[in-house]
Design a protein around this ligand. Structure first.
Ligand SMILES: Cc1cc2nc3c(=O)[nH]c(=O)nc-3n(C[C@H](O)[C@H](O)[C@H](O)COP(=O)(O)OP(=O)(O)OC[C@H]3O[C@@H](n4cnc5c(N)ncnc54)[C@H](O)[C@@H]3O)c2cc1C
Length: 402
């Protein structure tokens, strides 16, 4: 019996989902993770006051795929939840996404009623509309409302988040946030919104709890991998032995190929953590600060699900975006791929190179250079693992070589 059938680089959600899929098909999987913990960016931990903190930013599952919820429920009970999200403009906290309550806050009752009526007439039967459709609308009142949101929130927030003027950013980025045509107040308009009952690290532990899965932390896979273009293979060196097995790789491709064609750019985030009396913090889950000079969002952990509600304290995480720079010594993670024509072309070159190695399977938000929400990461990792399984099952044919 072989010790390992496949190697997985990275113990984030993508790596764990793939590992579990392969393990359940009877394959022995080994995971190498560079960080000192499992879970990748969904990792959470309890602080000394009992708050469950998310080191790499607040996470909630939101999805329209029932199968994603059912998949997570195989490992843990979940808690349905809905975050209260506001955006602070001129000192007033408007519901985010904007909804009819925001209109009531902005206008006198008569004008507010007229605007709501005109919106419903202009977009009949729609639950939401993109802010861009309001800005250029022929109805003067609708377009005034659109311009207010665009100028005071979307334009400022997006430019700060991405470090570029909004005109240079694809409307897909700021167009993601909808405007509600009702009093509905849900940050993400998806039917399934939940968190794992005992947190994300607990979910990760349960996913890895399978006799066919082993995982090593603080192991940079790059130190154990050898690229052999001549043999179209990536070899794994372990204890003096050279192994050629399928490798699912969830790290960044430019790094794997030693930045041969140049660096893929990312935005990063710095989190400033503070423990404060609850009375000093807005009584919502997350507040956006579009007009602040450097801060984009503040997460109030006392108002996230599964927290210690008895305490009169809370923990806040203040987010400051900056350009990812590998040489910065701390607080520096490649969070958001900066996708445009130029970077997509650069990524394609790396992807083609990766495809020339017959046993290499890129997966996840870094290797695919895409902003994946967790549901997308799960679905995509399962597909990649399935491709590996098909290949592995053929692998037992006589004469087959990786
Ligand atoms: C601030 C923020 C908030 C978010 N909030 C939400 C949310 O509310 N809901 C939602 O659905 N999604 C959210 N997401 C997206 C979510 O984090 C991702 O979908 C998910 O974490 C992707 O998992 P992954 O495994 O692909 O990547 P990662 O979690 O980044 O895992 C990759 C792992 O590979 C490891 N690795 C890389 N290179 C090597 C190497 N050479 N050797 C060994 N290990 C290596 C890394 O250390 C890392 O642990 C958010 C993302 C961010 C940045």
């Amino acid at each position: 019996m072989k010790e390992t059938d496949c190697l997985i680089v990275g113990c984030g959600l993508s790596g764990m989902v793939a590992a579990r899929t392969l393990a359940e098909h009877g394959y022995k999987v080994h995971i190498l993770e560079r960080r000192g913990h499992i879970g990748g960016n969904i990792y959470d931990y309890r602080d000394e006051n009992g708050f469950l903190l998310q080191k790499y930013g607040p996470h909630t599952f939101f999805t329209e795929h029932k199968e994603v919820k059912e998949y997570i429920e195989r490992f843990t009970p979940v808690k349905e939840c809905c975050l209260e999200y506001v955006t602070v403009i001129d000192g007033k906290a408007y519901p985010m996404p904007f909804n009819f309550k925001a209109i009531d806050m902005l206008y006198e009752p008569e004008r507010a009623a007229a605007l709501k009526e005109r919106l419903m007439a202009a977009f009949p039967g729609q639950e939401t509309v993109a802010v861009a459709a309001l800005v250029g609308h022929e109805d003067e009142l609708i377009s005034e409302y659109g311009r207010f949101m665009y100028e005071n929130e979307y334009r400022l927030y997006t430019a700060k988040q991405w470090g570029r003027p909004i005109e240079t950013i694809s409307p897909d980025v700021f167009g993601r946030v909808p405007v509600y045509l009702s009093y509905k107040w849900e940050y993400e308009p998806h039917p399934y919104q939940f968190v794992p009952e005992a947190g994300f690290t607990d979910l990760a532990r349960r996913m890895l709890d399978h006799p066919n899965i082993t995982c090593e932390l603080e192991q940079d896979a790059l130190a154990q991998l050898e690229l052999s273009p001549a043999e179209n293979a990536v070899f794994w060196h372990r204890g003096g032995v050279q192994i050629c097995c399928p490798i699912l790789y969830t790290g960044a491709l430019d790094e794997l190929f030693a930045y041969e064609y140049g660096r893929l750019p990312y935005r990063s985030l710095e989190f400033i953590w503070k423990t404060l009396p609850k009375s000093r913090v807005r009584d919502v889950s997350i507040s956006a600060w579009p007009q602040a000079e450097v801060v984009t969002r503040v997460t109030n952990y006392a108002n996230l699900p599964k927290q210690q509600q008895q305490s009169d304290k809370t923990v806040v995480a203040i987010e400051i975006p900056f350009e990812y720079d590998r040489s910065r010594p701390f607080g520096n993670e490649p969070y958001y791929p900066i996708r445009n024509e130029e970077t997509a072309a650069l990524y394609d070159r790396y992807r083609k190179k990766a495809e020339s190695f017959s046993n290499l399977y890129p997966a996840g938000r870094l290797a695919d250079y895409k902003y994946y929400n967790m549901d997308q990461a799960i679905l995509s990792a399962r597909q990649t693992a399935q491709r590996m399984i098909e290949r592995l099952s053929r692998c037992s044919c006589p004469g087959f070589k990786w």
